[in-house]
Design a protein around this ligand. Sequence first.
Ligand SMILES: Nc1ncnc2c1ncn2[C@@H]1O[C@H](COP(=O)(O)OP(=O)(O)OP(=O)(O)O)[C@@H](O)[C@H]1O
Length: 291
Amino acid sequence: MSDNLLEIDKLNVDYLVDKGEFRAVKEVSFNIARGEIFGLAGESGCGKSTIAYAITRLSKAPAWISGGSVRLDGQDLLRLPERELQRIRWKRIGMVFQSAMNSLNPLMRVEAQFHDVLRRHTGCSHEESRARAEEMFRLVGIPTHRIGDYPHQFSGGMRQRIVIAICLALRPEFIIMDEPTTALDVVVQREILEQVVDLQRSYGFSVLFITHDLHLMAQLCQRIGVMLNGELVEVGDVRQVAEAPLHDYTRKLWNAIPQLPAIRITRESWHEGGDKSCCHRRRDPARKHPA
Ligand SMILES: Nc1ncnc2c1ncn2[C@@H]1O[C@H](COP(=O)(O)OP(=O)(O)OP(=O)(O)O)[C@@H](O)[C@H]1O
């Protein structure tokens, strides 16, 4: 069995626009190992979300996947019949997007929403889904007595945690997180991401983590891919991409970040007794990426 859970090879995605085809993702290839958190960085409009949607073939018109392959455990998702893909979405590949908290049904109690998803994908009973929902609420730090509440009775951060909890309840092997906490304030954002890392350590799923925030990415991910105008211009270990970027654009991305007294938390330091309230890598004032 390959170490890679996900293998994307020469993926092309076009948008069919008035003036013809616009290629938003150009020959993009990268792998995500089992249990790895892989980050995709790059400025707005470079194609990150387009890739996220293409992986599960949730791209909506006018997007068109025009080439390449996306293999999950060796199986090309781009060539699977839709019915088979439906069995893989959510069950094997979870998705948490920026606006996910708004995807909860406002008219249904949260427990019913858990049950709905779990019954559909696993056929489990009310008792089983209630037990799983309580377990997931505990994991994401929400008191279990709130399980019968409606979405509007929770804060934005709590709703986003609930979406993550529902996603995790299906025990996916791979989770796509596209700006999962961008709409939330930094403290809540940090708490949720700490929980995601803890859960990832417990369950061992792989994550594609997309964010504008390079610092956050460097804290969470083992490897990072950097995109520019639809192309993946650099992929590397987080330390290499942060400290010895190979591509000019990656250097520019780092240099565009305000000079804070400290800039990177390693995933290890986040978890191994470091001060979680601040960043851990002291930036060497003398160190400058070459322009
Ligand atoms: N529905 C659409 N029709 C035409 N072009 C689109 C459409 N959606 C996205 N695009 C274009 O595709 C390119 C990639 O967009 P995408 O949303 O993937 O970027 P992104 O890197 O995720 O940006 P952001 O970080 O702002 O979310 C952009 O140039 C965008 O304008």
